[in-house]
Design a protein around this ligand. Structure first.
Ligand SMILES: [Zn+2]
Length: 332
């Protein structure tokens, strides 16, 4: 019998089916509304694992590390909770049969999923609270909408991972969603295989034009699908792209926000098959202070779910937490 991780957190459903955050002890002025509660997602996992494991990048580095260095993922979740994050995003982004089979790891899929869930649950257990978000990455490859499988296959593959993760997480998050077809397949799978589990859709944007998905399709066209999800987010794109995306996400009528990356840009080198992080360069100027400035700008535009993606670490999340508290936003 499969081991079932206990859920210790239940979301209240808001009037629109979204996550309904209770009001905290925010500062209330006589005329202005109280600062909104904000859900603080964690930062990047892959680069952080690489840094701590001291190993060379490998296309499946973030997966292999759970075999080679058990406990490392838990320690990163723990550091994010300690920094103020309210969410632990499970290390399941690349745990698909199609990705593992290329590296003769397909027989370990179930054990790796169990390890990723267990490490998140152990960190939350030690911390005493927090939201566990089950990460579902792109099929085949990141940032490659051209390689996305045909609809029927995509829905079947996603339904399997949704059914596997949903019983053990508080929310499912479809990350780095690069096209409308990708979004539609993921939403169909989430709503079909786990209709009672909240689902956050998180899209990746064209770095130089945050009004477009990475496929080139208009972000505004997501309006057709937004009614079926509990939050609409953007992740793994340049922070400047997020600035342009916020007013569009705000119009969907759902909780929204972003987790940007600290890459210079997704280079064409990275888009070759089986890439490693070597092909991506960090932006040295994306310090915790600078990044927190940008995040607080999104919060000022109404974002209530924010965090970091690749090349952001616990120090970035700690600075965002400090700024949110200073501005009176309860972190929920
Ligand atoms: Zn990322």
């Amino acid at each position: 019998m499969p081991f079932i991780f206990p859920k210790i957190l239940k979301f209240e459903r808001g009037p629109q089916g979204g996550v309904f955050a209770p009001l905290g002890e925010g500062v209330r002025g006589a005329s202005s509304p109280p600062p909104s509660p904000v859900t603080l997602i964690d930062g990047g996992m892959g680069q952080e694992l690489l840094r701590r494991s001291g190993e060379d990048p490998h296309p499946l580095w973030a997966t292999r590390v759970m075999i080679d260095h058990p406990g490392l993922v838990q320690s990163i979740h723990a550091d994010y909770f300690a920094a103020g994050a309210s969410v632990a995003t499970t290390n399941t982004y690349a745990l698909f049969h199609d990705r593992l089979v290329k590296f003769a790891l397909a027989h370990r899929l179930d054990a790796l999923q169990t390890a990723a869930l267990a490490e998140a649950h152990a960190a939350r257990g030690a911390h005493g609270r927090g939201i566990i978000a089950g990460s579902i990455g792109p099929l085949v490859a990141s940032y490659r909408p051209d390689l996305f499988p045909p609809r029927k296959q995509a829905v079947a593959d996603y339904s399997a991972i949704v059914a596997r993760l949903a019983p053990h997480v508080d929310v499912l998050i479809g990350e780095t969603v690069a096209s409308l077809a990708h979004a539609r397949a993921l939403i169909d799978a989430a709503r079909g295989a786990a209709p009672d589990t909240p689902f956050w859709l998180s899209v990746t944007l064209e770095d130089r034009d945050g009004t477009q998905l990475r496929s080139g399709e208009p972000l505004a066209d997501l309006a057709l699908l937004a009614g079926r999800v509990d939050a609409v987010l953007a992740n793994c794109s340049a922070p400047e792209a997020m600035d342009r995306a916020m007013p569009i996400l705000a119009r969907f009528g759902k909780p929204f926000g972003a987790s940007a990356n600290g890459f210079q840009q997704i280079t064409s080198d990275f888009l070759k098959d089986n890439p490693t992080v070597d092909a991506l360069n960090a932006r040295p100027e994306m310090t915790p202070d600078r990044y927190a400035d940008l995040v607080m700008g999104w919060v000022a535009q109404g974002a209530t779910i924010v965090g970091g993606c690749c090349e952001t670490g616990p120090e970035h999340i700690a600075e965002i937490a400090r700024r949110l508290r200073a501005a009176g936003h309860p972190i929920v």
